[in-house]
Design a protein around this ligand. Structure first.
Ligand code: AHR
Length: 499
């Protein structure tokens, strides 16, 4: 079985946007506590940040980090997490049935982002709170000095204002599970008024309105339209959230999850453009795909409700397999292909809770399978994103009908001449030989050809065997006269760099 791919510098989408490689740290389970932060751990630094985890975060190549939630933020009081530790209250976190100690808050987070070299993306509580609290947090965090709240930050040891330019106006308020769940009209008004007031403080803020919690929500489409009817003038982006998992042994549909992501992005962009058209506006609302990943939500539901209120319980610590890594690689192909519309994307989440990095309290930290396609794509993507012209056999899937067995996207860095190609073979039964025409670039050599290739796609990485699934070289790759030939094993993801 063969497929052909044609690449050309003229097939330009847009420059690679580093914010495509965003991540998410929520006060959820052990993402913060015993994830990024564990005072007393042998590898903790003076701030209590785990240096073993920080090293993996840097290796993962993430750019922007959304914080502090998620469902958590919709019941959160940011003031609880600042000031002297001894006066920080313990609170019930209703979203995750946990006890929040507030040992880690805004200033710890900002210190951690500086150490990790990440851009913060701050989420506001628009579930139980409103315009005033949003303004208070903005003033505390970003006003230089001379007002009550900015001086309070300075008393708390942060003399310089925090550089936070990207804000989420709440989280998933369309979801009936959300604390302070709202109708589209209620939320649209609150988002508009919060955004309008925040831009009175700082006109250059970038603000993200909540879109739907998934494209399967009953209100999907009408929610985005109604929210944007209210908030269009004041917001810059609208969010998308999507999680995928294999269900009922249907690996074929699972491997084709990016078909849903492409469609999701297209639908939300069309809805935003429709609102713009009605207003005779040429403003293009961006998409903030600020939660995406593989997540075995069915396992969480099967586990049922928990009885105890605990501090940092083990929650949604999915152990990922090789197929999950292939899907993560293919979702990154979709995000890159849509780089002219996707302003921000955050893989949810970073450590322990549905995460590429796992860590044990007092113990080791390691890379899950899904770490690898993310790290490779982030490292290799450079310059301009290029659309790939693909002719491939199709595969029949239960969820998405007939889909091309091969998907791909490329990047081209004119300055260095480097071309990176990211490819996925979604066929569950056959290897596919790809013939790729890259003559337009004049590349002479294959610098790197690696991917996720496992005979058993259900292999995982564990604490005992953390390197069971790692990228392997693809030794079939040949470049001859600008034509590349590569065998893509069934159910695999591949990255090739030419120079
Ligand atoms: O990422 C886990 C949860 O998924 C987030 O808290 C919420 O926003 C979404 O439903």
């Amino acid at each position: 079985t063969t497929a052909t791919i044609v690449l050309d510098p003229a097939f330009r989408v847009a420059p690679v946007n580093r914010r495509t490689f965003g991540t998410f740290v929520e006060h959820l389970g052990r993402c913060v506590y015993t994830g990024i932060f564990e005072p007393g751990h042998p590898k903790a630094d003076d701030d209590g940040f785990r240096e073993d985890v920080l090293a993996l975060v840097r290796e993962l190549g993430v750019s922007t980090v959304r914080y502090p939630g998620g469902n958590f933020v919709s019941g959160y009081r940011w003031e609880d997490g600042v000031g002297p530790l001894e006066s920080r209250p313990r609170r019930l976190d209703l979203a995750w049935k946990s006890i929040e100690t507030n040992e880690f808050g805004l200033n710890e987070f900002m210190r951690w982002t500086r150490k990790a070299g990440l851009e913060p993306m701050m989420a506001l509580n628009l579930g139980t709170r409103g315009v005033q609290e949003a303004l208070d947090l903005l003033e505390y965090a970003t006003h230089p000095s001379g007002t009550h709240l900015s001086e309070l930050r300075r008393e708390h040891g942060e003399k310089d204002p925090h550089d936070i330019g990207l804000w989420c106006l709440g989280n998933e308020l369309d979801g009936p599970w959300q604390i302070g769940h709202k109708t589209a009209h209620e939320y649209g008004r609150l988002a508009a008024e919060s955004a309008r007031a925040m831009k009175m403080v700082k006109p250059d803020l970038e603000l993200v309105a909540c879109g739907s919690s998934s494209s399967g929500m009953p209100t999907f489409g009408s929610w985005e339209a109604e929210v944007l009817e209210e908030a269009f003038e004041y917001v810059d982006h609208i969010s998308c959230h999507a999680y995928y998992q294999e269900t009922d042994g249907d690996l074929g549909s699972f491997l084709a999850s990016a078909v849903n992501m492409d469609h999701f992005i297209g639908s939300v962009a069309a809805t935003a453009d429709h609102v713009a058209a009605k207003r005779k506006s040429d403003k293009r609302i961006g998409i903030s795909f600020d939660e995406w990943n593989v997540w075995y939500q069915s396992h969480m539901h099967e586990a049922g409700p928990r009885d105890e209120w605990e501090i940092a319980p083990r929650l949604i610590e999915d152990e990922y397999n090789a197929a999950d890594a292939v899907v993560v690689g293919s979702l990154l192909i979709s995000l890159l292909r849509n780089t002219d519309r996707v302003a921000v994307a955050c893989q949810a989440q970073l450590v322990n809770a549905i995460a590429p990095i796992r860590s044990e309290p007092g113990g080791a930290a390691w890379r899950q399978t899904i770490f690898h396609p993310f790290a490779l794509t982030s490292r290799m993507a450079a310059g301009e994103v290029l659309r790939a012209e693909i002719t491939a056999p199709s595969v029949q899937t239960a969820k998405y009908g007939e889909v091309p067995a091969v998907d791909a996207v490329a990047t081209y860095d004119e300055a260095s001449g480097d071309v990176a190609v990211f490819m996925v073979n979604r066929h569950t039964g056959s290897d596919i030989t790809v013939e790729l025409d890259a003559r337009a670039f004049g590349s002479g050599s294959v610098d790197e050809a690696v991917g996720i290739y496992e005979a058993d796609v259900y292999s995982t990485n564990t604490e005992a065997e953390p390197e069971r699934v790692v990228p392997k070289p693809n030794t079939s790759v040949r470049l001859d006269g600008g034509k590349l030939r590569a065998v893509l094993p069934k159910a695999s993801w591949t990255a090739v760099k030419l120079s």
